[in-house]
Design a binder for this molecule. Sequence first.
Ligand code: 13P
Length: 340
Amino acid sequence: MATPDELQATIDALVQKGTGILAADESGATIAKRFKTIGVESTEENRRAYRSLLLTTPDLGRYISGVILYEETLNQCADDGEPLPQLAARQGIVPGIKVDAGKIPLALAPGDEITQGLDGLGERLKGYKQQGARFAKWRAVYNVSDTLPSRAAIEANAEVLARYAAVSQDQGVVPIVESEVLIDGNHTLARCAEVTQAVLYEVFRALARHRVVFEHMLLKPSMVVPGKSHALQATPEEVASETIRVLRRAVPAAVPSINFLSGGQSPVEATANLDALNRRGPQPWHLSFSYGRALQEPALQAWQGRPANVQQAQEALLKRARLNGAASVGAYSADMENAS
Ligand code: 13P
């Protein structure tokens, strides 16, 4: 049986000024896609080597308070035999676990998707917890067009997100509730704002219905941005203004922290946008990051699968972590990109 103290201790460890979360929980198919960009085959050993590289980065714990791992990584060890979740914890980084089983098309709703993985979740969480995981993540995805997502998709994804969050809290595991309004497409900034608001209203209605304790969860939303192929891209100030407007309407002040996903923004864009968000003055919640690509891309490019490049890759990761740490308190500036 979970205790509120256990959940609160995890929240306190995750939500620390100047820090955010590293998402390193790519599924088998996704990590294969990322490795392909550097010509590296996705073998178990290469995945272990790469994720060990990330977690052994010296000083990473100064800017990263938690790491989201994929199931396979919970069982893997660093070169010296230390289990990776234990290594993370020793760096002051709380280990977490992606628990959804990916998305499939939502039946009878062309273009919409639903995330699966609820069956047996409580039992799985017991095992993950024994392996060191203290928080979990579940990602719901929303495609955007003039007509998508449908009401059915918004309601169905909210329901499963809330059930996942309730089961996690019941097991003493802090849920990260991830709602990703996709950047793909040519929709406007205003359309993204409209969809994000509708999604978050429904997510919090469902969370309340399932008695999820808002104080003991984190929200991981996408920022409000125009579609990637829309002609008019937005400035960090526009992104910040629209994102804050929607969040203030939809997210209860009891939620301790909102940790954005990067969702296809470039590393520099994701940092500049987070900084602009934090420059808009105090908000009810901590506003930070839970980036995958925007933290890892430069490290992956530096690594190229070669042991000789490990140190350079770790420096690239540490730099992005440090700059996002600064952005999480509104203290980033573009010239920090060029300083060593
Ligand atoms: P990105 O920052 O690359 O969007 O990844 C975050 C994540 O955890 C996706 O589920």
